[in-house]
Design a protein around this ligand. Structure first.
Ligand code: ZN
Ligand code: ZN
Ligand code: ZN
Ligand code: ZN
Ligand code: ZN
Ligand code: ZN
Ligand code: ZN
Length: 426
């Protein structure tokens, strides 16, 4: 292997380029038939086909399709050929070019395509849109989920596909072919149907019911079934049955009439009895009703009277309430007056106490003054007495004493009785 041909492969790059390949049925090697034999080294060791996007392992140099070895690489498994744990893959340009130039038949050769060309041209030839292989299968564009060879697609979509547009041939209803056939036709009113009695008439489905009412081969019951003839026959035989059974029909009718008449009479009698009973009930009810009405009127009158009384009572209550309010007002006023008087009395009391105290104070002051004066006089008297005594002592030597002692003694005694014992004057 020449070093200049070995290029390290960038794995992701290959992944993206491989996505656009046309013949990527399994992304394995080429399934087409080759005109000349292909050398082994161009074949994939895994799928045994001519390798698509040929790569070589870096360990043992074996050939693989890129898609066949990419899983192994991605999961870091060892090389499937030599078991080397760490390996990569390489693209050898020389061999890649060799594969591209191999001459091959179209992959659709067995279906009839006669195209031949290089592998490089094959993918283009097989491209469903751009390519010109008319044998490649294409998914039906009407989504019937069928794959159809390209050259049959037009016939399929216009003539075969169950999803092709279709109109009911009897009424013109439009839907897909499948819907028209499976759903619409079993119910379409305009589908022609044969008479189920095989009378030879064909009519629209919606008219069949009308036809059966007149169909000569429809089985019908005898018109005298109501009086007991249980025969059934085809409509076209009705006249014959009537002629043959005329007397029998008349007898049965007469019997039935007698029975019906008896029954009717019985019923009429029952109805009469019932009516009489109902009339009686009705009269009773009416009487009761009148009584009730009378009672009702009386009650109403009583209610009115009560109402009047109630009004009077209410008026009286209002008057009483008013009087009560007036009295309450008066009491309030009197209470106010009383309070004023009390206040006045308190004020007066307070005033009199103050005056009394003033008078007492004044009296005390006067007493005090008087007492002071008396004390002073007493003192003076004593002094004078003293002096008199001194004078007497002196006069003993010369003239006799004068009688002046009586009066001051009396004044002293009086003063002591008038004032409290703790009172003293200085
Ligand atoms: Zn392969
Ligand atoms: Zn290897
Ligand atoms: Zn082809
Ligand atoms: Zn289709
Ligand atoms: Zn229709
Ligand atoms: Zn018929
Ligand atoms: Zn009959």
């Amino acid at each position: 292997m020449g070093g200049s041909h070995i290029l390290p492969v960038i794995y992701h790059l290959l992944m993206t380029t491989s996505c656009n390949m046309a013949d990527s049925l399994a992304e394995k090697g080429y399934t087409c038939t080759f005109i000349d034999p292909v050398p082994d080294h161009l074949c994939c060791l895994k799928c045994n086909l001519v390798a698509r996007e040929l790569v070589h392992t870096s360990c043992c140099g074996e050939s693989y399709c890129h898609a066949c070895i990419s899983g192994t690489l991605e999961q870091h498994h060892p090389c499937p050929a030599c078991q080397e744990k760490s390996f990569t893959v390489l693209v050898l340009q020389k061999y890649s070019k060799q594969i591209k130039s191999l001459q091959a038949y179209c992959s659709m050769k067995e279906k009839g395509c006669e195209w031949t060309g290089s592998v490089a041209m094959l993918d283009g030839h097989l491209d469903p849109e751009q390519g010109n292989c008319s044998y490649i299968d294409i998914q039906c564009p009407l989504q019937c989920s069928q794959a159809v060879p390209k050259n049959e697609l037009e016939h399929h979509t216009t003539q075969l596909c169950t999803q092709r547009p279709h109109a009911c041939q009897h009424c013109g209803f439009k839907a897909t072919y499948k819907e028209v056939v499976d759903v619409h036709l079993p119910e379409c009113k305009y589908v022609p149907v044969q008479c189920p009695n095989f009378c030879g008439v064909t009519c629209d489905r919606e008219d069949l019911e009308l036809h059966l009412k007149i169909c000569r081969l429809e089985e019908v019951a005898c018109r005298f079934s109501g009086v007991g003839c249980e025969d059934r026959f085809l409509r076209e035989e009705e006249e014959k049955h009537m002629q043959l059974n005329n007397q029998c029909h008349l007898d049965k009718t007469a019997d039935t009439l007698v029975q019906v008449n008896q029954q009717l009479q019985h019923e009429v009698q029952e109805l009469k009895t019932e009516m009489a009973s109902l009339n009686h009930n009705k009269q009773e009810q009416e009487q009761k009703f009148q009584e009730q009405e009378k009672k009702l009127l009386e009650q109403e009158r009583k209610i009115q009277e009560q109402g009047l009384k109630l009004q009077e009572q209410e008026q009286k209550v209002q008057e009483l309430e008013w009087k009560l309010q007036m009295q309450a007002q008066e009491i309030k006023e009197q209470y106010q007056k009383l309070q004023n008087l009390e206040q006045r009395v308190q004020e007066l009391e307070h005033g009199s106490v103050a005056k009394e105290k003033t008078i007492q104070d004044r009296l005390s002051a006067k007493h005090k003054e008087q007492d002071c004066k008396l004390t002073n006089q007493e003192r003076k008297l004593r002094e004078m007495e003293q002096k008199l005594r001194e004078l007497d002592q002196k006069r003993e030597k010369s003239p006799p004493p004068r009688p002046l002692r009586g009066l001051p003694t009396y004044r002293l005694k009086h003063t002591k009785n008038t004032f409290p014992p703790n009172f003293s004057c200085r």
